[in-house]
Design a protein around this ligand. Structure first.
Ligand code: HEM
Ligand SMILES: *[C@@H]1O[C@H](CO)[C@@H](O)[C@H](O)[C@H]1NC(C)=O
Length: 328
């Protein structure tokens, strides 16, 4: 008794009280591992199964899941606002020019349907966006990362914020770094995340400014010839599906080829090439080009930070029935 009293006296009580206060005040990270362990124990397994099935039918879905996480989480919050279509006063974020080329949204619905049939209105679309990126990364050759869940879905779209959140293909590196810094991702993490451009494609609209009227001198001349063959017109028809692949050697592997490519001036976007010329980012580029394990560690770390940006939790937001529409 006496011992207990001593332990809880004076400073320790104050400390406990402060700790409790801090605990209840830290609203930002109410995400937790296995959030659905009781409400829908097989949720993560079902999502993974669907991601694997879709990958075997349409390999590039895995690529889309990685880009979706960036475009959802970077804009305000990881809240599936990205998925909302234009309807009932909602203006879709997909209409922004920053979202150009995004694809496979209909297969998010495939995943959601599978989850809904086991656990109706329990698992959020925001968690599907996050977990599908995690599982897609594995299919693209990355390590498996544990990811917290418990995100809820937004009741609105943030279409007007997209351009201020997602950098453009030709923005300066200092702007790019400050955007990521604003959500707690440092230069090393930013360099790693851009390694996502080791997979997938870029449409000609995002490349031609480096080819016409004159070829950007920071572009490898032979690679420029290849890109000109892929994009023969300085004004590509936005409806024509003309694009170049990011990585010609391992286009479907999220490996460190990206860094080797940009070091040999074969990056497609101006921002890709600037990672090499900017003194803040170039040391990380060299290190990632040399060491795939280090790249994967940094990519995983930064992907988790991205996936935990400002989520809606608790009673905020909702669990959408259909990922493309706010509940009625
Ligand atoms: C400065 C930051 C970034 C800029 C300016 C940027 C810009 C772009 C552009 C212009 C495209 C090509 C779109 C097209 O023409 O089809 C693209 C593709 C892609 N981006 Fe980024 N991006 C950035 C960061 C990221 C990050 C952080 C990720 C994920 C971690 C990411 C993942 C992807 C993926 C996977 C693709 C290929 C999509 C596909 O083939 O369907 N990007 N990005
Ligand atoms: C960046 O590219 C856009 C087209 O996507 C163009 O309108 C703009 O002028 C370019 N900005 C710079 C600084 O080159």
């Amino acid at each position: 008794m006496a011992r207990n009293r001593r332990q809880l006296s004076g400073p320790s009580i104050t400390f406990l009280f402060l700790a409790l206060l801090l605990h209840f005040d830290s609203g930002t990270s109410d995400l937790q591992l296995n959030y659905y362990s009781e409400s829908c124990p097989r949720a993560e397994e079902i999502i993974k199964q669907q991601v694997v099935n879709l990958y075997h039918k349409h390999g590039n879905t895995a690529v889309s899941w990685i880009r979706n996480l960036f475009h959802d989480c970077m804009v305000k919050s990881c809240d599936a606002s990205l998925l909302l279509v234009t309807a009932n006063g909602v203006e879709s974020e997909e209409l922004s020019s920053r979202s150009f080329g995004m694809r496979n949204f209909k297969y998010v619905d495939t995943i959601k349907k599978a989850v809904e049939s086991e656990c109706p209105q329990t698992v959020s679309c925001a968690d599907i966006v996050a977990l599908s990126a995690r599982d897609g990364f594995v299919l693209l050759g990355g390590p498996y990362i544990e990811m917290k869940t418990g995100r809820r879905d937004s009741k609105e779209s943030y279409a007007t914020m997209v351009e201020d959140s997602i950098p453009n293909h030709n923005d300066s590196m200092s702007l790019v770094l400050s955007r990521f810094e604003s959500i707690g991702i440092d230069a090393e993490g930013t360099v790693a995340l851009l390694g996502a451009h080791s997979v997938g494609r870029v449409h000609c609209v995002n490349i031609v400014n480096r080819l016409y009227p004159t070829v950007d001198p920071t572009l490898d001349p032979e690679h420029a010839e290849y890109l000109k063959r892929r994009c023969p017109s300085p004004e590509p028809d936005p409806k024509a599906v003309q694009y170049a692949r990011n990585d010609l050697e391992t286009p479907m592997v999220l490996d460190n080829m990206y860094y080797k490519n940009i070091l040999s001036h074969k990056g497609l976007l101006l921002v890709d090439q600037q990672l090499v010329s900017d003194p803040t980012t170039s040391p990380f580029v060299e290190k990632m080009a040399d060491d795939k394990g280090y790249f994967h560690d940094q990519f995983s770390r930064a992907l988790l930070l991205l996936s935990e940006n400002n989520p809606l939790t608790g009673d905020d937001g909702e669990i959408r029935k259909d990922c493309r529409y706010v509940n009625v």
